[in-house]
Design a protein around this ligand. Structure first.
Ligand code: ATP
Ligand code: MG
Length: 454
């Protein structure tokens, strides 16, 4: 375990964090905790971003109040999390996360489920045979809370009591030098949680930082262990890696570190077969970044198509040449791919189906002139498919002609408002029909059972 050291306290005059840039909800929460005698810090990524002059995605608060005490203080509080209980304070347009300071465990904390109790003992901290952390819920001091975090720049805190910045592990120096550095021995930290390697690459790409030498060497050494992370966590992390506007630089780093080959071995093998394939994928991902920059955003299905589509189209064409009908060849190729990728990332069925549909529709959109364009344009996957055509138009002259044709068609036939949501959006809640006012019978007696069947 890392030993806490004296923190560096930087007073208000010497740093750039102003309360003006903190969300009013987070500020009110900090003040309330502080006024009840608790320690209240802004922690994690928001402090890093405020110091860099960026707008934080969200504001996280660390405190020595326990989850129960937080719940009693805030009526809008919901306790969440099984591995570690933390509080979500729900405001109209924001959720502020408040968590009790915790520490990473040392071996004496290990409590294994035991036979006598059929595993009913409370598991406070457990690692598997490889050293990966399975459960972790021990309260700690603010220092310990900082030291259990992943990188030095993510371990800074802002103390509401005196508006100072508290730096327990030289994160300010790394922020100045633009370095991603593991807290403690990177080999141990990446073994505890291999997803940290992806986070290092993500922060380096999105912030334009370098990864410090020992941290980088450890990632290269341990890249193959990324397959130990759970497929659902990898699916979540994949979206953060590729859908926040930095997919291309992230991909380059994933490739250099060996993480790409471990995450997607088949796709990596395919890129090694021909020199231009890696560049083609980079261009496609740069296209995804461009959509994000323009504010259009990209769906997960479109991202997967940009990343895996070229290989799938090629494989489907090869099957077709062996005599299998075109559509069947594509569907079988996509089904095989979804099975293969489920080993690494848990892709929801509807997203996989949308990827297949985009590739199928692309073939129809590229047939010039297309048959029944109005019907094709009404397909739920049409918008994604057109964006895929746009992304790949630079690499294929045929696509370019098709793209121009469809743009002209859309100018004359603007899409209807009722276009379906992308496959990866959570299905919208069914709108509840307003209950009709009960009709009155002529004689003044209410009718039993309305048109709603109630
Ligand atoms: P972003 O701006 O992308 O949200 P972030 O740094 O806020 O970046 P989060 O995933 O929101 O990232 O996590 C909040 C904080 O929790 C991090 O800054 C880091 O201190 C800590 N943290 C998150 N994931 C891990 C992890 N796997 N291991 C250790 N600490 C972590
Ligand atoms: Mg965050």
């Amino acid at each position: 375990m890392l030993m806490p050291m004296e923190p560096r306290i930087v007073p208000r005059k010497e740093h750039r964090i102003s309360r003006k840039h903190v969300s009013p909800n987070a500020l009110r929460t900090l003040y309330r905790l502080h006024s009840r005698g608790f320690i209240a810090y802004l922690v994690g990524g928001c402090v890093r971003d405020l110091l860099l002059g960026r707008t934080p995605k969200d504001f996280d608060i660390g405190t020595n109040a326990t989850p129960g005490q937080i719940k009693r203080l805030f009526h809008n509080c919901r306790l969440v999390g099984r591995r570690f209980r933390l509080a979500h304070l729900r405001f109209q347009d924001e959720i502020v996360e408040v968590s009790t300071f915790r520490r990473s465990a040392d071996p004496s904390d290990a409590v294994e489920p035991d036979d006598t109790n059929q595993g009913r003992r409370h598991v406070r901290h457990m690692k598997d045979a490889n050293g990966m952390v399975l459960a972790d819920n021990i309260f700690g001091t603010p220092e310990e809370d900082a030291l259990r975090r992943d990188f030095t720049i993510n371990a800074l805190a802002y103390n509401i009591a005196d508006a100072s910045v508290v730096d327990y592990c030289a994160g300010l120096a790394d922020l100045k030098d633009r370095l991603i550095r593991s807290i403690g021995d990177p080999r141990v930290r990446f073994t505890e949680d291999p997803v940290r390697m992806l986070r290092a690459v993500r922060f380096a790409a999105s912030h334009g930082f370098d990864i410090e030498a020992t941290t980088w060497e450890s990632i290269r050494e341990l890249s193959s262990t990324i397959s130990r992370a759970s497929p659902s966590r990898l699916y979540e992390e994949m979206q953060k890696l590729f859908l926040l506007g930095f997919a291309c630089p992230t991909f380059v780093l994933l490739e250099k570190s060996g993480l790409f080959a471990s995450l997607f071995p088949e796709l990596a093998g395919w890129t090694r077969e021909r020199d231009d394939r890696l560049k083609e994928l980079e261009r496609n991902l740069a296209g995804i970044d461009e959509l994000v920059r323009r504010g259009q955003g990209a769906s997960v299905a479109l991202l997967l198509t940009a990343l895996f589509g070229p290989r799938l189209e090629e494989a489907a064409l090869a099957r077709h040449r062996e005599g299998i009908p075109r559509r069947q060849a594509l569907d079988e190729t996509c089904a095989g791919f979804l099975k293969e990728i489920s080993q690494s990332a848990h892709i929801p069925g509807r997203v996989g189906a949308r990827l297949n549909a985009i590739l199928a529709l692309k073939a129809s959109l590229c047939r010039m002139p297309p048959r029944r364009p109005g019907t094709l344009a009404g397909r739920p996957e049409f918008a994604d498919t057109l964006m895929f055509l746009e992304i790949t138009a630079g690499t294929d002259g045929g696509h370019h002609t098709a793209l121009e044709w469809w743009k002209a068609f859309l100018l004359e036939n603007p899409p209807s408002e009722s276009a379906e949501a992308p496959a990866d959006e959570a299905p919208r809640k069914k709108r509840r029909r307003r209950r009709r006012k009960p009709r009155r019978r002529r004689g003044g007696v209410q009718e039993e059972g309305t048109a709603d069947g109630q």
